[in-house]
Design a protein around this ligand. Structure first.
Ligand code: PRP
Ligand code: URA
Length: 214
C-alpha cells in the first residue's frame, strides 16, 4: 500500500481508500452506505496500521508438505473509543488473530467545553508491558478524546500504542504528538482546521451520528 510517512504519522493515500473517504464526506450519503463504506475504510486503515506487528516465523503444513508461515504476537489490544470507534473495531476484529483483546473506552466530548468526559472504562489492572495497543476513533479533532484514551494505556505502562482514525485536524495531531510523542498515527486525511464548534473542516460531520443514523 502506498503511504507517506512523516513524524510518526502515516496518511493512507491509496486511491480506493480516498474514494471511500469521499463517499463518507458527501452529505448525501445515506446511513446504510455510510456504515458500509466506513467498514471498508476501517479495514484499509487497520491493515496499514497493523503493518507494525512483529510476526514470528512458524512452520505450516500445506497439502503438499511443510512450508514457512508466521504467527502474530500474543498480546494485541484493540481499544475503540465509543461510539464511533466501534466501526473500526468491527473491521479490525475481522482481520486480527482470534486472541486479540477488545477493551472499550467510553468518552463523550462535551460540546460546550470540548473536553472529553469519561463514562465507561473497563480496562484490566495490568497489561503485559510488551502489549501492542491500537486506539480506534474515526475522528481526531481537538485530540482530547484520543489523548484521554491513550493516557489510560500509558498509565498501564504500555509503550507501543498506535492511534487509527479516518480524519484528523492539524490541531488534533499536534495535541497527540505533544502529549504522547511515541504514539504512531495512521489516518486517511489531514484536513484543514477545526471550526468554532470543534468540528473538522471539511471533515464529514458527526461520525457517530452518521454511522448510527442518530
Ligand atoms: C467524537 C469522535 C471522537 C471525538 C473527537 O465523538 O468520535 O471521539 O468526538 O473529538 P476530539 O478530538 O475533540 O475529542 P463524540 O464525543 O461526539 O461521541 P460519539 O462517538 O458517541 O458520537
Ligand atoms: N467529532 C465528530 O464526529 N466530527 C468532528 O468533526 C469532530 C468531532
Amino acid at each position: 500500500m502506498n503511504t507517506s510517512t512523516k513524524t510518526n504519522v502515516t496518511v493512507v493515500d491509496h486511491p480506493l481508500a480516498q474514494q471511500l473517504l469521499t463517499r463518507l464526506r458527501d452529505y448525501t450519503t445515506p446511513t446504510h452506505e455510510f456504515r458500509q463504506k466506513a467498514l471498508l475504510l476501517s479495514q484499509f486503515l487497520a491493515y496499514e496500521a497493523m503493518r507494525d506487528l512483529t510476526a514470528r516465523e512458524a512452520g505450516v503444513e500445506t497439502p503438499l508438505g511443510p512450508g514457512k508461515g508466521v504467527v502474530l504476537p500474543d498480546y494485541v489490544v484493540i481499544a475503540p473509543i465509543l461510539r464511533a470507534g466501534l466501526v473500526l473495531a468491527q473491521a479490525a476484529q475481522e482481520i486480527m488473530p482470534p486472541t486479540a483483546r477488545v477493551y472499550h473506552v467510553g468518552l463523550k466530548r462535551d460540546e460546550e467545553t470540548l473536553q472529553a468526559i469519561s463514562y465507561y472504562s473497563k480496562l484490566p489492572d495490568k497489561l503485559p508491558s510488551d502489549s501492542k495497543v491500537y486506539v480506534l476513533d474515526p475522528m481526531l479533532a481537538t485530540g482530547g478524546s484520543a489523548v484521554a484514551a491513550i493516557q489510560l494505556f500509558i498509565n498501564l505502562n504500555v509503550k507501543d500504542i498506535h492511534l487509527v482514525s479516518f480524519l484528523a485536524a492539524p490541531e488534533g495531531i499536534k495535541h497527540v504528538q505533544t502529549s504522547c510523542p511515541r504514539v504512531k498515527i495512521t489516518i486517511a486525511s489531514i484536513d484543514e482546521c477545526l471550526n468554532e464548534h470543534g468540528y473538522i473542516v471539511p471533515g464529514l460531520g458527526d461520525a457517530g451520528d452518521r454511522i448510527f443514523g442518530t
